[in-house]
Write a protein that binds this ligand. Structure first.
Ligand SMILES: [Fe+2]
Length: 241
């Protein structure tokens, strides 16, 4: 068990590493300014996180980011964090859009990864993407470990947990959003997130924090959710990164 708030730092959180957020300013739908970025990073620190691997969207049509753009923004944020004296390690990976990977000749080297070989990806929200299983197979064949971001939020999986089970069996790892556990996104997302924990299909927890609104919700979820505590009893991979 743990207590959420302690002294100045307020928190002793067993989850020390966050693996999903949008904290690099101005390159996706996350934070808009360096000031907002620093404010949120300070709050992550106060919650008990010691490392944030932030993951800007890479979606060809909307956010055509590249590893180079991400690394340049990361360097700006790292400098500001250091100047403010916030003792949190900031790294960056990306949240890739699966549909952009269909039919591409991909190599491991072109991706910006979580740790040595985890690739965080999302899909469209409503319909099962064509070639979903093929892309997962291709990523695995390249020696990558594909991590499906917030599976609980996809309507095509909310209605079909046997498909989700098949993806897990095929080697996809699952990352759920902590705020899903309080019903922040929807009742259906909460239900599937809880099921993923109950069935021990979970590998990563993430905040997917884009803004102050998400951070405020996170405070509430961490205090209230019994499934968050249950997830911490699983062999999560967060703290290995
Ligand atoms: Fe995200």
């Amino acid at each position: 068990m743990f207590s959420i708030f302690r002294n100045k730092r307020k928190s002793v959180l067993p989850l020390m590493v966050d693996v999903h957020s949008h904290l690099l300013p101005g390159i996706d739908d996350g934070v808009k300014s360096l000031e907002q970025s620093i404010e949120l990073i300070q709050q992550f620190y106060e919650l008990g996180f010691s490392k944030l691997i932030t993951t800007p969207h890479i979606i060809k049509e909307y956010y055509p980011n590249t590893p180079q753009i991400i690394r340049e923004k990361l360097a700006e944020v790292q400098m500001a964090v250091k100047a403010k004296g916030i003792p949190v390690v900031i790294e960056a990976a990306a949240e890739y859009y699966l549909e952009d990977m269909v039919g591409k000749d991909l190599t491991k080297e072109e991706f910006i990864l979580l740790g040595p070989d985890y690739l965080l990806f999302e899909t469209s929200y409503i319909n099962e993407p064509a070639f979903l299983k093929d892309v997962i197979f291709n990523l695995l064949s390249m020696g990558l470990k594909p991590v499906l971001a917030h599976p609980e939020r996809y309507v095509y999986l909310q209605n079909n947990s046997s498909l989700l089970h098949e993806l897990v069996e095929r080697g996809a790892l699952l990352q759920i959003n902590i705020n899903s556990l309080s019903g922040y996104y929807s009742g259906a997302a909460k239900k599937l997130a809880e099921k993923i924990i109950d069935l021990k299909w979970l590998s990563f927890l993430g905040t997917d924090c884009h803004n102050q609104r998400h951070m405020n919700a996170l405070h509430k979820t961490l205090q209230k959710s019994s499934h968050f505590k249950k997830a911490l009893d699983l062999d999560l991979l967060n703290n290995n990164l």
